[in-house]
Design a protein around this ligand. Structure first.
Ligand SMILES: [Zn+2]
Length: 166
């Protein structure tokens, strides 16, 4: 579950080896004559979120400038580092995650208010019952529901707490 009010900070993960999910479909492109050195072993990049509930799709690296192809998610990098322009391209994935967080934010806030109101209502009913208010009166105050229905709704949560004498 995404926590819309939690912390969401991006970071770019450098992919060194083939992710298992991609292994069947993709091969490393660093095959151009030289043997792979440490920087050549950079296979690609992914944006990830600190919430650990979202990860962008893989951007694959090529060490051949002509293979640079943004629609195919292939980015040129000679040394395994992202150029500023490529970095912007990778970070555009992050916008989708942020958009998703913000579109559900009103639902999250409304739901929190609902839970809070339910707690307050239960507290109020508990207080009313502790002063011997009838279920009929409580139901009437709670939008005009019948006493037995009110009792059914709140008898468990709103029974007067036993008094503890000290
Ligand atoms: Zn997140």
């Amino acid at each position: 579950m995404v926590d819309p009010v939690g912390r969401h900070e991006w970071y770019i993960r450098t992919v060194i080896s083939l992710p298992e999910m991609e292994a069947h479909a993709r091969k490393p492109l660093c095959v151009g004559g030289r043997s792979c050195t440490s920087t050549d072993q950079v296979f690609g990049w992914q944006v990830e979120c600190s919430c650990r509930q979202w990860r962008g799709k893989l951007w694959q690296r090529t060490n051949r400038p002509l293979d640079h192809n943004v629609p195919e998610r292939i980015l040129y990098s000679a040394d395994g580092e992202l150029s500023p322009a490529s970095r912007q391209v990778v970070l555009a994935d992050w916008d989708g995650h942020v958009h998703r967080i913000w579109t559900v934010m009103p639902v999250r806030l409304a739901h929190e208010m609902l839970l809070e109101a339910q707690l307050r209502l239960a507290e109020a009913v508990r207080f009313a019952r502790s002063t011997d208010a009838s279920w009929d009166d409580i139901g009437s105050a709670a939008g005009g529901i019948a006493g037995p229905t009110a009792r059914q709704l709140w008898d468990g949560v709103a029974s007067p707490q036993p008094q503890i004498s000290q």
